[in-house]
Design a protein around this ligand. Structure first.
Ligand code: ADP
Ligand code: MG
Length: 245
């Protein structure tokens, strides 16, 4: 078996309540992300997908259990991941090129090199010629392309995406999704693995090698989980893993 880039061992998340009751959002969960795969985390709104993503990226710590980055506790590791958000989260006062350069600038890369890298990735995501535009001048789909470029420019080991197509109209979402898959299959995306959060089962089936399903009620494990799968267009058989119901 491939070694895991990220591995979660019995992670749980509780949120404190004013009443001192704790709400369990994630029941004890094991999962791993290895090189070369696209993993989808599927579940309805409020099922804890973003909470799990935040723990897997080291943005928040689990209430119990541990997340490992190359087998080191993630809190002490040199983590190389990027996140693409549903809301794009671009800097409105910066041009497309400046948005994409921003993470390289933060890492102290010198201007000529970061410009070269940024222009290359903008070309990859279909934004050649848009470098001087501001986000407000772009359509939603184009803005999310900038989001992808900014995430990929640092060559993250794992590219995380939290409902990246949910804010887009159906056609735009479909186009972006299939372009992403094509780039991935041609190995033109500078990342080892993709972890995509979605509530869209078709999207999960189309993109993922492996699907992890979060149910609505954490802590309650349902054993009779069945899903009628449409025939995946580009991938043969996405394997399902059910975590909690
Ligand atoms: P999803 O991304 O699947 O929609 P979330 O991970 O955002 O779900 O949220 C899961 C549950 O945890 C929801 O019921 C949400 O209200 C709750 N929740 C999320 N963040 C917090 C927080 N910081 N404090 C308290 N409750 C939270
Ligand atoms: Mg969410």
């Amino acid at each position: 078996m491939q070694p895991a880039i990220i591995r979660a061992e019995r992670v749980e998340k509780y949120y404190a309540q004013p009443s001192e009751n704790r709400i369990q959002v994630i029941a004890p969960t094991d999962l791993s992300i290895t090189a070369g795969e696209i993993v989808a985390l599927l579940g309805p709104s409020g099922s804890g997908k973003s909470t799990l993503l935040r723990m897997l990226t080291g943005l928040s710590s689990p209430s119990a259990g541990q997340v490992y980055w190359h087998e080191r506790p993630i809190a002490t590791a040199d983590v190389n991941v990027s996140i693409v958000f549903q809301s794009f989260a671009l800097f409105p006062w910066l041009t497309v090129l400046e948005n994409v350069e921003a993470p390289l600038k933060a890492r102290g890369m010198e201007p000529a090199e970061r410009r070269k890298r940024s222009l290359k990735i903008l070309d990859t995501v279909g934004l050649d010629g848009f470098q001087a535009a501001y986000p407000k001048e772009l359509s939603g789909g184009m803005r999310q392309r900038v989001g992808f470029a900014r995430a990929l420019v640092v060559e993250p080991e794992v590219l995380f995406m939290d409902e990246p197509f949910s804010a887009l109209d159906v056609l735009t979402a479909e186009n972006l999704r299939s372009e992403l898959l094509e780039l991935w299959q041609k190995k033109t995306i500078p990342t080892q693995s993709i972890f995509i959060v979605t509530h869209n089962i078709e999207e999960a089936v189309l993109l993922a090698d492996r699907i992890i399903v979060l149910g609505r009620n954490p802590g309650h494990v349902r054993t009779d989980f069945k899903v009628a799968l449409p025939q995946p267009r580009d991938k043969k058989n996405a394997a399902f893993t059910q975590l909690v119901d």
